[in-house]
Design a protein around this ligand. Structure first.
Ligand code: UGA
Length: 437
């Protein structure tokens, strides 16, 4: 099939390459010339495991091309909208200007029978509004809402073999003309048994908001338990192991630590609350305000614990922060709890060095006032205190005996509860976890 993908950020670039991998002929379109130039050279503009190789793999046979010219969408029968929906400045709601602009620009290139497929995360009601615009501007075309559930760091596998596919169509019916077209697009994952659900537009939009809210709630729940464990002298990691064995609860997303960040969970729960407010259903989501507060409190809690660990004052204390990305296997620092903690510590007088295997360039752009060191040994050398804030494998594997020789003080705060506390203590370290004795 001939497919266009509008918006080549994280979601769009991965989606375009994966659709080409599934055998389609794809053009990725974006207004950002540098991004298109980079992608056209088969280089990934961000770090995602396997993405560089995939780009080469699908560009060599000519199945994937990129353009800044929206008219490149002409001739495609399926058009995916994958542009960003960031949080509005100073407000909780989502900024839909990119979605609206993409739709507007696309309209002259949509033929009767084409389908326009929204993948961006949008407030409920957006799809129906866009469907009306499409009906007027490109009669005979259909709008489908097909939310994306990929996780950064696992984006390729999540797109090529997703947990489920959700198609939101105007009448919510399996017989809608667009359903068979999308089935053809996703023929490969469907043939391996990926569940596919057909819903109406608002349900499909809400599936995404609900999924991310649930995940955020799970993380804040366990972080709240971490606070109680800390007060009671209990261990939240063992508590999570034990409750996670109940199938109804599950162990995934029950890792207590410095909280969630990134370009999705924080902004999505806020946009969901804002939209529920507009719909008069704000009371239903007041719990998300607490989920957000618990999450933000993690960051100040870590700053306080670090001050305690440093003997009551951060002034002049040399702290090395291990990890800048919001999660491992990513170079994304949007709303990264690790970086926001590093910046707070620096503001309060500590001398902070940040290291990360992939995210330093992005981190330096966001917080130029922090010191950055790519080499782990150099970053650690002379540190009074270490803070492990993003659980990259190489940090999880650090040997406390080996690290001891380079540092000035044997103090470590494990912000992700991934180190073996007993091992570090037996090597002479003052170890602090979160919600662990
Ligand atoms: C999230 C969702 O997991 C995806 O399903 C969704 O498609 C995506 O948002 C999106 O809306 O586009 P992502 O932001 O890539 O994906 O990252 P997650 O793996 O969800 O992690 C989010 C944050 O939660 C990270 O900061 C991570 O460190 C933190 N986290 C995760 C915890 O603190 N504890 C956990 O147990 C799990």
């Amino acid at each position: 099939m001939r497919i266009s993908v509008i918006g080549c950020g994280y979601l769009g670039a991965v989606h375009a390459a994966c659709m080409a991998k599934l055998g389609h002929e794809v053009v990725g379109i974006d207004v950002d010339e540098l991004k298109i130039h980079t992608l056209s050279a088969a280089l990934a503009p961000f770090f995602e495991p396997g993405f560089d190789e995939l780009l080469k793999d699908v560009q060599e046979p000519g199945r994937l091309s990129f353009s800044t010219d929206i008219s490149a969408a002409s001739g495609s029968s399926v058009h995916f909208i994958c542009v960003g929906t960031p949080q509005k400045e100073g407000e909780n709601g989502a900024d839909l200007s990119h979605v609206d602009a993409a739709m507007e620009a696309l309209l002259p290139h949509v033929k009767p029978g084409d389908i326009v497929v929204g993948k961006s995360t949008v407030p409920v009601g957006t799809a129906s509004r866009l469907a009306e615009i499409l009906a007027t501007g490109a009669p005979g075309a259909h709008l489908v809402w097909n939310p994306e559930f990929l996780r950064e760091g696992h984006a390729l596998e999540d797109t090529l073999s997703p947990d489920r596919l959700v198609y939101g169509v105007a009448d919510g019916s399996e017989d809608h003309a667009a359903v068979s077209v999308l089935d053809e697009v996703y023929a490969a994952p469907l043939s391996t048994g990926t569940p596919r659900l057909v819903t109406d537009h608002p349900t499909a939009e809400l599936v995404k908001a609900a999924a991310n809210s649930f995940l955020a709630t799970k993380i804040s729940f366990i972080n709240a338990m971490a606070d109680v464990c800390e007060a009671a002298g209990a261990d939240v990691t063992r508590l999570a192991d034990a409750i996670g064995l109940d199938d109804r609860i599950g162990r995934k997303f029950l890792s207590a630590g410095i909280g969630f960040g990134g370009g999705c969970l924080p902004k999505d729960i806020r946009a969901f609350m804002a939209r529920a407010g507009e719909l008069g259903a704000d009371q239903a989501l007041t719990f998300l305000r607490e989920v957000d507060s618990i999450n933000m409190r993690r960051r100040s809690r870590v700053v306080e614990l670090t001050r305690e660990l440093c003997g009551g004052s951060l002034l002049g204390h040399r702290i090395t922060v291990l990890g800048a990305a919001f999660k491992p296997e990513s170079d994304d620092v949007r709303d990264s709890p690790a970086l926001s903690i590093a910046a707070q510590l620096q503001l309060q007088g500590a001398v902070v060095t940040v290291t990360d295997p992939k995210a330093l360039e992005n981190a330096a752009r966001r917080f130029p006032e922090l010191r950055y060191e790519a080499d782990l040994d150099t970053a650690i050398a002379g540190a009074d205190t270490l803070l492990l804030l993003t659980e990259w494998q190489q940090y999880k594997e650090l040997d406390p005996f080996e690290v001891s020789s380079g540092v000035a003080g044997l103090r470590i705060l494990d912000g992700r509860n991934v180190l073996d506390a007993a091992k570090w203590r037996s090597a002479g370290w003052h170890y602090r976890g979160l919600g662990r004795p």
